[in-house]
Structure formats: C-alpha cells, structure tokens
Write a protein that binds this ligand. Sequence first.
Ligand SMILES: [Zn+2]
Ligand SMILES: [Zn+2]
Length: 138
Amino acid sequence: MEKENQEKFQCPECESKNIRFRFKVSTKDKNNPYANVTEEIQCASCFMDIPANVFIFKNANDIEDNKKIWQSFYKPEHLKVAAQCSKCSQYYWQIEKQLSDINITSPDIFYQTYDTKGSGGKMVCRLCDPEAFKNNKQ
Ligand SMILES: [Zn+2]
Ligand SMILES: [Zn+2]
C-alpha cells in the first residue's frame, strides 16, 4: 500500500484523529448541502456525525479547508436537523459524550413521547430519563 494514498482522519470540529463509526448516507434533496455526501464519520471525541469528505485528508493543507467547509457549509445544515432533547435541549453528540463518560455506548439515546393530541411526539434523552431505558438494555 502506498503511503500517500492512505486516508488520514482529523475531525474538523475538535481535531481528534479517532473515529467511532463510518457509515453510508444519502440525501434525496438535490438542493441540500448534503446532496453529494455519501458517507459520514462519527468522531470518537466530540461525537458529531460529520461528512467523510471533510473528515478525511490527504495533504496537511486540506485540514484548514476541511474546517472551513464544515463550519460554513455543512455544520449550519446539520444543526437544523440534528436530534435534540426536548427537555435539556442538548444535541445527540453532547448527550452521547456524557453517556460515554459513564460507560454507556448504546446508540439508543432517545425515546419519543406520544402526544395525545396527535401533534407528534417529543424526543427525551437518556440523561433526562434514565429509568425509561432500563428495560431495553440489550
Ligand atoms: Zn470531533
Ligand atoms: Zn435531555
């Protein structure tokens, strides 16, 4: 394997080089900033899901560009759609980080409350209501 073709990772949010997951994504909306994103990486340090194309770099020069693209282009869009707790108002990455500090690494971090008026449920996180997650340990 040639060294210069090797992918290197650096989180454009927190500069960590460690990744937690790498997964395929697709966006049908062609006008969305994420339209060309086919893969995302979840950072093992800040826990944000970030497009792989700004997490991977080949040359050191790419790092600053990746940060700029993430901050100005992808992140504002991500903040609009990111899962957020209706009680503590924290985003999924803040919740996952705190859970990992207490050794909970399950992706199961939210449940949805059901509104009897039928206007859709609200998300409540595992930190706000740990009891609710006691039975789905597996
Ligand atoms: Zn990060
Ligand atoms: Zn919460």
